[in-house]
Design a protein around this ligand. Structure first.
Ligand SMILES: *Cc1c(COP(=O)(O)O)cnc(C)c1O
Length: 392
């Protein structure tokens, strides 16, 4: 049997990591000890008080029935309280917060609320593949906004042709940024609000790494900027600050109109997340917040090990102030893929080719800090020994 797949599925961009994944499999099968810096998934466990809350709430039969798709009011209140404490942003938990089954779920589904076939959506390049993927599934056309090193990986809004801006219905942004590790300040967010007002664009800000920051840097929320709540919705989740990627719990907050649209769409698709998991995420948001500081301290140590090792080999990287990624140019003479393959062949270390995050990622590679510190040191030793100094 052969079933014709829907155009929407067939129109998704090709999966660019297939080649390197096949190569990794071959090397492993041949007995090579592979250290993967390719996966952005916290390696440390979920803090104990959060796990304890899950266990307690899982034993309460009141949590065994269908939850509400929008999330418990107590959960949405906990998100609103966290926004007030963390960012000084006031949110109405009834109308301005909706629970998500991980922020990826909401990021993919918001496109279904606002995009019709042929509509334009502004997407960062390089960027988290879900922005374009969700939009393409809804039939829309992504317009890629280049994120360039010389502009600190912030898009140049004035470079977006007016005709494109007029057609655009939504814009995705993500700071602190995956894959570049870049951060944005309130002045940039204010520019975005003005642009969104001028062209009537819904801003979808992905703040998944707002809590993964170093050296005293505190990432702002997009919603802190005056007028942001009228034009924007912000996505975040328990995944990164609390090592809870497997639990699937997040939220969207901001513009009431967009929150309502997303909640209504979701009420037709899912029945929400297990309430015991909502309680567990609430425990994370309520604290003790030192657990987040401890998580960040581990990433900071690893960041220093990695950046200092690469710089000793000829790179000139600045230490990223946020996220658990280091984004670096490939040496002259390589493409993203040929460099990743060479590093795998010679050192048994997996790095992610930058072109997997969009055309502008070509010429770069990404390394993730979510690997045991001892193994990361070992990976750096192998690069020094087997890849050697490079010249830019
Ligand atoms: C990890 C990550 C997320 C979070 O995904 P969840 O679905 O909440 O686990 C969102 N955006 C980016 C850019 C990420 O890297």
């Amino acid at each position: 049997m052969r079933f014709e797949q829907a155009k929407r599925l067939k129109s998704l961009p090709p999966y660019l990591f297939a080649r390197i994944e096949k190569l990794i499999e071959e090397k492993r099968a041949a007995g090579m000890d592979i250290i993967s810096l390719g996966i952005g998934d916290p390696d440390q466990p979920t803090p104990e008080h959060i796990v304890a809350e899950l266990i307690k709430e899982a034993q309460n039969p009141a949590n065994h029935q269908y939850p509400s798709s929008a999330g418990m009011l107590a959960y949405r209140q906990a998100v609103a309280d966290w926004y007030a404490r963390r960012f000084g942003v006031q949110l109405d938990p009834r109308t301005e917060v909706v629970a998500l089954i991980g922020s990826k779920e909401g990021i993919a589904h918001i496109s279904w609320c606002y995009l019709d076939p042929g509509d334009v959506v502004l997407v960062p390049d390089p960027g988290y593949p879900v922005y374009a993927g969700g939009a393409i599934l809804a039939g829309a056309e992504p317009y890629y906004m280049p994120l360039e090193e010389k502009r600190g990986y912030l898009p140049d809004l004035s470079a977006i042709p007016t005709a494109v801006a007029r057609r655009a219905k939504m814009m995705f942004l993500n700071y602190p940024n995956n894959p570049t590790g870049a951060v944005a300040d309130r002045a940039f967010f204010a520019e975005v609000v003005a642009f969104a007002r001028e062209f009537n664009i819904l801003v979808c800000h992905d703040a998944a790494y707002s809590e993964v920051t170093f050296d005293g840097y505190r990432a702002p929320s997009f919603l802190e900027v005056p007028g942001a709540k009228e034009v924007g919705i912000e996505f975040n989740s328990a995944s990164k600050p609390f090592n809870m990627t497997g639990w699937r719990i997040g939220w969207a907050a901001g513009c009431a109109e967009a929150v309502e649209a997303l909640a209504r769409l979701k009420s037709n698709l899912d029945s929400g997340q297990f309430q015991a998991i909502q309680y567990a995420a609430m425990a994370g948001l309520k604290g003790p917040y030192e657990v987040v500081e401890r998580v960040c301290a581990v990433y900071r140590e690893r960041r220093d090990i990695l950046v200092e090792a690469l710089n000793s080999l000829g790179w000139k990287l600045e230490k990223p102030r946020a996220t658990f990624y280091v984004w670096a140019p490939v040496p002259p003479g390589y493409t993203s893929e040929s460099f990743a393959e060479m590093v795998l062949e010679k050192a048994g270390v997996v790095v992610t080719p930058g072109n997997g995050y969009g055309p502008r990622g070509e010429g770069y590679f990404r390394m993730s800090l979510t690997v045991d510190t001892g193994r990361l040191r070992e990976a750096m030793e192998r690069l020094k020994k087997n890849v050697g100094p490079v010249r830019f």
